[in-house]
Design a protein around this ligand. Sequence first.
Ligand code: FE
Ligand code: CA
Length: 535
Amino acid sequence: MPHDFHRRRLLKAFGAGAAAALLAPFHQAFAAAPRNLLADPRFDVDPFQLGVASGEPAADGFVLWTRLAPQPLEQGGGMVMRPMAVAWEVAEDEGFRRVLRRGSALARPELGHSVHVEVDGLPPGRPWWYRFRVGDATSPVGRGATLPDAGARVDRVRFAVAGCQHYEEGHYTAWRRIAEEPLDFVFHYGDYIYEGPDNGPGERRVNGRPFVPLRRHVGGEIYSLDDYRRRYALYRGDRDLQAAHAAAPWFVSFDDHEIDNNWAADRDQDGTPPELFLLRRAAGFQAFYEHMPLRRRSLPTPQGHMRMYRRAAWGDLLTTHFLDTRQYRSDQINGDRDGPLGEAALAPERTMLGAQQEAWLHEGLRPDGQCWHAIAQQVGLANLAMRHRDSGEIIHSTDQWGGYLAARRRLLGRIREAGMTNVVTVSGDAHRHFASDLVHNSGEGAPVSCEFLATSVTSGSDGIGEDDDFHRNTRSLNPQLKAMTDKRGYVLCDVTRDAWRGDLKVLDRVMVPDAPVRTFASFVVEPGRPGLQAA
Ligand code: FE
Ligand code: CA
């Protein structure tokens, strides 16, 4: 009988002291025990080499994640291709003296032997520690957290905004420094992986110079589910990244490179037929789901859709709207290239969020007693003007919100018309820090909101700071832009009832390990006064 067998094994695995706590999840998990269950998994090599993670916290629980992969870069991760049970437990303390919830979940080959547990039934507003066990192997310990109850008084929330972590372009020291910060959560805005091939020394230019990769991708450009899995396994093997996942709950989103550069809904940038691109997108979505602490509601559907926009609230202090700016957007104008914004950018039928998500967001943006609203998304809202290097023409990124000017005006118009003076936006993608006021029509009128656009963790490698023509031109063309730099790092937000403080954190080097972090610039925002003020 697999039931009794597994019950005995689980009791042995985590001690028999909490049999009652074990029973409910035990029966749930094994009510539909698969007939091909591998009853007694054994590992000669640690199957937890990809670490652990938690995410999507709610007031009563959160998602626990791991993926079994004793040989992370091999086909199937070195796993026996059968489902197997993984025991998990959640404790009040790091030493696991008071375990509140435990159970067993299946790691299935269909999902790359990833494990997603939606823990519930926990008290709100405090940290929790979790770990997994399979066979004789025990995972590292991670720290999760439950959100405060809806409407509870909350005085302070701290979070990091980070993303764009090209594996070849630097050490993940930013993730190590994020792991060292006392944070309530991490928002990953996307570009968790990059889809490009292994690049040998000098095959690519970074910052205008031939680049010698710090470390290398494996294989060519990725297309199949196994390709994407192997790419995640490569990235997820990094110890600094694992430390950040284990340190705090994450809210993740994908941007373009999780699938392909600058994709838009069912289109890639190369003119591939949509019905073919959607096959690749489905592989990328599945691998993304498999490697992220996401709830079941985000499991890709058989039609290839992945629900990623959602909200979370930290008591009465902060509501965050997490957006998906890739899956529903109109194709870029100007063939994806930076260019002047003409009538095409203003076409009202072009969308960044899709009608459903846009309505959902606008419905959520209303004065509701919350001290702050955050919009956490992928690409720049500031619509910065740039000067073309050769022609001197004024151009804009057409992949960011500037290429979707009508949608941008609808969003900022909604904030203004709702009378909201407490909306702050966070984003990424540009591989530079950009701290900007957001004005309804760029360059005109009072700020409606502001944007902390976080630089990359590694993409762009060591960077060139502030001393270049792009920097000087962009500063002079955009009075709403208050700070920018081309260095690697992240944004740290410290949100209290009186002020939202944003620190632009930078690392001077990512091509050497363990660089110190420093604050490049800091701004504060007050809840009744949109716009950045010098801190
Ligand atoms: Fe990027
Ligand atoms: Ca991007």
